[in-house]
Design a binder for this molecule. Structure first.
Ligand SMILES: [Fe+2]
Length: 315
């Protein structure tokens, strides 16, 4: 059963979407939608112990000027202050290609341990080479405070959360399960949008299919929270569905679509997709847990853009 919606009085002032709480009021989930990148950041809290995890926080980035800013992250800070929440964890479902992470910026202000899936090391190795990063950048995950293994259980206050390895979009994707809710990262999108692309380095459509089946094997009423929404014309942004809804209606993987059919569809579709606008700026920051590259001797951080390396259309 879906948990009833219990609005938090102060949230409309800071532009948070409607939060939900479980019937006992203990598990609270507050989504923050970033219209620029279509990303949803979540604050997941144990309202009894006032402990929280942040999932996929966004650092605003203006490509034209090369300037970062923190409006999205500040909305999260205001929510934490309004609800007197302490941050235990800052969680990344994967190294995002569509936005820069504000994990580091937030950690400096509110603490918490930054965690990501253990296979981030594979992503770091690929992109260290692609960007020809400095010698000091080691692809061993040390930039993060914790690397999650599949099925690892940890706590937010008194509530248990479980990391689920769901590779396919990237080799390092993880989902986070708590109570009847799963934050599914880039696996499924809303049913009318479909699934995440699989054409980034280390991505694989058959692997994504198996990860999605793992999620869809959960009980039908399990609530699924998206990492992104790219609403089709005329629909408001949305980020919450259920296993039952995805099995019935997901454009790419509703019940009845087998692995071979999905791989064929996903591969054909990926061949038509443009490279994401922010992939090159985003990944070199996100594999550093949201830290900007080390400043050069003039005190300025620079991003690198490898020329003629990525983006060649297949076929
Ligand atoms: Fe992604």
């Amino acid at each position: 059963m879906n948990a009833p919606l219990v609005p938090h009085a102060s949230d409309s002032a800071i532009g948070a979407a409607q939060p939900t709480s479980t019937a006992d009021g203990r598990l609270s989930i507050s989504p923050f939608f970033d219209p620029r990148t279509g990303t949803i950041t979540y604050v997941v809290a144990d309202m009894v112990e006032r402990q929280a995890a942040l999932i996929d926080p966004v650092l605003d980035f203006d490509m034209k000027s090369g300037r970062t800013s923190t409006a999205q992250a500040e909305r999260v800070l205001a929510h934490l202050a309004a609800h007197e929440l302490q941050v235990q964890w800052i969680l990344e479902t994967h190294a995002h290609a569509d936005h820069l992470s504000s994990a580091h910026w937030l950690q400096e202000r509110v603490g918490g341990r930054i965690g990501i899936g253990e296979h981030i090391t594979q992503v770091q190795a690929v992109f260290r080479k692609l960007y020809h990063l400095e010698r000091g950048f080691l692809p061993d995950g040390r930039q993060f405070d914790h690397l999650f293994k599949d099925d690892e259980v940890f706590r937010i206050g008194g509530l248990e959360m479980r990391a689920l390895l769901v590779p396919g979009h990237t080799p390092a994707d993880i989902a986070f399960e708590i109570g009847d809710a799963i934050f599914i990262g880039d696996t499924l999108f809303m049913p009318d949008v479909g699934t995440a692309r699989c054409d980034f380095p280390g991505g694989d459509a058959a692997t994504l299919y198996r990860s999605i089946r793992r999620l869809l094997d959960r009980p039908p009423a399990t609530r699924l929270f998206m990492c992104h929404d790219y609403p089709p014309d005329g629909r408001e942004p949305a980020w919450e569905t259920t296993v039952a809804e995805q099995r019935a209606r997901n454009l790419h993987v509703h019940d009845g679509v087998d692995e071979a059919a999905f791989v064929e569809l996903r591969t054909r579709r990926d061949a038509t997709l443009d490279v994401p606008v922010l992939i090159l700026p985003a990944i070199q920051v996100n594999i550093r847990a949201g830290q900007l590259p080390p400043p050069e001797d003039d005190g300025v951080s620079y991003l690198k853009i490898p020329l003629n390396v990525i983006g060649q259309r297949k076929g």
